[in-house]
Design a protein around this ligand. Structure first.
Ligand SMILES: [Zn+2]
Length: 315
């Protein structure tokens, strides 16, 4: 619970459809949560984010009336956003899902002014989720998180630090171009890993079940024994397994977390990717020895992991 000083950090996960907010105590425990639909455009997103921060502080002030000592002091705010983030100055570019323009948006600066001048740190959403996973799972070794959404990207915590790289491209393994004859990728290359193993690739090859439901539909069809569904899932899982092998052989993390929209499927997804890893390792004692299939993990369901990571991420 709150310490006597009542210092809290707020994390916001600003997604294309909703904004999750959490208030974290000094021990990174979740004290309060709120959620709001995401409005469109910079001004309305900042107003909504401001309302979530003040709402979370109001929730805690209500808790103080129940006997907790000391005023609530907001130490800082962390934000996770889907876009290109410059962590040095908190600007965001290309957050098209939020209705932001192509130029840099000073999200950190605007929110900081709106909430009374506390420090605001902005992080890419995959990196925020990665830090949240590291906070919640507390693995013994390094952690990799593979985000399977519209795109495919990895986040990495190495020696207890979030890896960013010289050009903020660390973990962008979705754009490993593997097949010169493959599908054209949004990045301009052809045959990127993302074009065979992202959630969008799964939707392209299994366009059933409605918007955002194709993974659920595919796994249900596989469970019902549909051979076409089995073929699509086997091919897609092989692509995801290749992404896991890439992470395994580059960083040798102790845990590889499967995350992103498709991971809402849960355990059947983990089993399918683990099976693909075992098939790919069948002819290689070297790969079998790494036991990458045993390193796969899922995020705890129902937890606002990206918001927790945004709040807990080091400035
Ligand atoms: Zn690409």
């Amino acid at each position: 619970m709150l310490t006597s000083t009542g210092t809290v950090r707020v994390g916001l996960d600003i997604g294309g459809t909703k904004i999750d907010g959490v208030a974290l105590g000094p021990g990174e425990e979740v004290l309060a949560t709120r959620r709001s639909p995401t409005p469109h455009g910079v001004v309305d997103v900042v107003a909504c984010a401001t309302a979530l921060v003040t709402g979370l502080l109001d929730d805690l002030a209500g808790g103080l009336a129940g006997g907790l000592a000391g005023p609530v002091r907001l130490e800082g705010v962390g934000i996770g956003v889907p876009g290109l983030v410059d962590p040095a100055d908190g600007t965001v570019r290309s957050a098209v899902n939020l209705g932001f323009g192509p130029g840099p948006v000073d999200l950190a600066g605007m929110l900081s002014v709106a909430v009374g001048g506390v420090p605001v740190v902005v992080e890419n959403d995959v990196k925020a989720t990665t830090w949240g996973a590291h906070t919640l799972l507390a693995p013994a070794g390094d952690l990799a998180l593979l985000s399977l959404g519209t795109g495919l990207a990895a986040g990495l915590v190495v020696n207890g630090e979030l890896l960013r790289g010289a050009g903020a491209a660390a973990g962008e393994i979705g754009h490993l171009a593997l097949d010169p004859q493959g599908h054209r990728c949004n990045c301009g290359q052809r045959g990127c890993l993302e074009t065979v193993a992202a959630g969008s690739a799964l939707r392209r090859d299994w366009p059933h079940g409605g918007e955002g439901r194709s993974a659920d539909h595919l796994f249900a069809a596989v469970a019902a024994g549909d051979p076409a569904a089995v073929a699509v899932l086997d091919r897609w899982s092989a692509g995801v397994a290749l992404a896991v092998r890439t992470l395994g052989l580059t960083f040798d993390p102790s845990v590889v977390v499967l995350a992103g929209g498709v991971a809402a499927v849960g355990e059947p997804l983990r089993r399918s990717v683990a099976g693909a890893l075992r098939r790919q390792a069948a002819g290689s004692a070297f790969l079998r020895g790494l036991a990458l299939d045993e390193r796969l993990a899922l995020l705890p369901p129902g937890r606002p992991v990206a918001a927790i990571g945004a709040a807990a991420a080091p400035a």
